[in-house]
Design a protein around this ligand. Structure first.
Ligand SMILES: Cc1cc2nc3c(=O)[nH]c(=O)nc-3n(C[C@H](O)[C@H](O)[C@H](O)COP(=O)(O)OP(=O)(O)OC[C@H]3O[C@@H](n4cnc5c(N)ncnc54)[C@H](O)[C@@H]3O)c2cc1C
Ligand code: FES
Length: 282
């Protein structure tokens, strides 16, 4: 059964920026959305920094897709938190926002994560795997699963300590297992090493894996889960121009032929729906 998707209000809307703070190598900011529904875990918004986004010459022209990392409050006064990795002109402009500024959003968009029982009837729990900026949708999914009593293990990977700052903010004192490529803390290596221990060591039958992170990490997770016959949902990325299915800019090949538009058929897809998680890489 497909996960229920809250419907986005028509068009773009202006939201107040409530706060914006450095959090390790990323920036976390909060918007107050007084029109939209509560998003489901894995959904995303198309963001533009404000009316000036289009008024100045040069890039960026198009909104940027950003996953929601945490929500609180109720429709009418909903707080949406986003984690930003500044990699280009769009995220740099979003990074200039300050408390009290306005930000244009459209959404929530996309197919969210499914509950484990909807993927695997009788499933006994979930394993969440997040890498880098991909920890954002894992944070909101983790809260969703825990609030429904689903036993959940969380594995998070980072290139270095600096880029793990948001872990404390988004995961608090919840139990997580961490991997650092530079060995500064936790396991030295990739987060997929931690997943491998779980898939090899336990009886993985009955578990469902969820992952978001860089394409190479997602591809490794997809292959490992396929090898162990463990169902997996992956939150993929691709360049997105519209976010609602009109432009086909986000198309990635479907395993059985044809294409998926990641903004409407994803960004969350089952591992067996695609033949590689690297297809959306640019
Ligand atoms: C569904 C979805 C959710 C996302 N959630 C977040 C989020 O929570 N936080 C966040 O910071 N970013 C997120 N992104 C990524 C963000 O939308 C893109 O990286 C965006 O292009 C950044 O815009 P920019 O103008 O700063 O950089 P751009 O100029 O667009 O890109 C800068 C460089 O990064 C490369 N690049 C851009 N997108 C990708 C990609 N998908 N894969 C590999 N390389 C790429 C480009 O080739 C370029 O070299 C998400 C993307 C999608 C599709
Ligand atoms: S971003 Fe336009 S169709 Fe997906």
């Amino acid at each position: 059964m497909p996960a229920e998707r809250p419907l986005a209000p028509f068009g773009r809307r202006s939201c107040n920026v409530a706060s914006f703070a450095d959090d390790g190598g990323y920036r976390l900011f909060t918007l107050i959305d007084d029109e939209g529904p509560v998003p489901a875990p894995g959904q995303f918004y198309m963001l533009t920094e404000g009316p000036d986004w289009l008024a100045t010459s040069g890039r960026p022209f198009l909104p940027r897709a950003i996953s929601v990392a945490r929500t609180s409050g109720d429709p009418g006064n909903l707080r949406l938190e986003f984690l930003i990795d500044v990699i280009g002109p769009g995220t740099a402009r979003l990074n200039e926002l300050k408390g009290g500024d306005r930000c244009m959003i459209a959404g929530p968009f996309g197919r969210p994560f499914s509950l484990p029982n909807a993927i695997l009837p009788g499933s006994v729990g979930a394993v969440l795997v997040g890498g880098g900026i991909g920890i954002a949708p894992m944070a909101v999914l983790r809260r969703h699963l825990v609030s429904r009593g689903v036993p959940t293990r969380t594995l998070l990977g980072f290139r270095d300590r600096e880029h793990s700052g948001a872990v404390d903010t988004l995961f608090g004192c919840e139990e997580t297992r961490l991997a650092f490529e530079d060995g500064s803390s936790g396991h030295r290596g990739y987060v997929t090493d931690l997943l491998s221990v779980i898939l090899e060591g336990d009886d993985p039958s009955g578990a469902v894996v969820y992952a978001c992170g860089p394409p190479a990490m997602l591809e490794a997770v997809r292959k490992m889960c396929s090898h162990h016959s463990v169902p997996v949902e992956l939150a993929l990325e691709s360049p997105m121009a519209c976010g609602f299915g009109a432009c086909f800019g986000c198309a990635v090949p479907r395993a059985e032929g044809g294409y998926l538009r990641l903004c409407v058929d994803g960004p969350v897809v089952r591992g067996d729906e695609i033949s590689t998680a690297m297809a959306g890489e640019v």
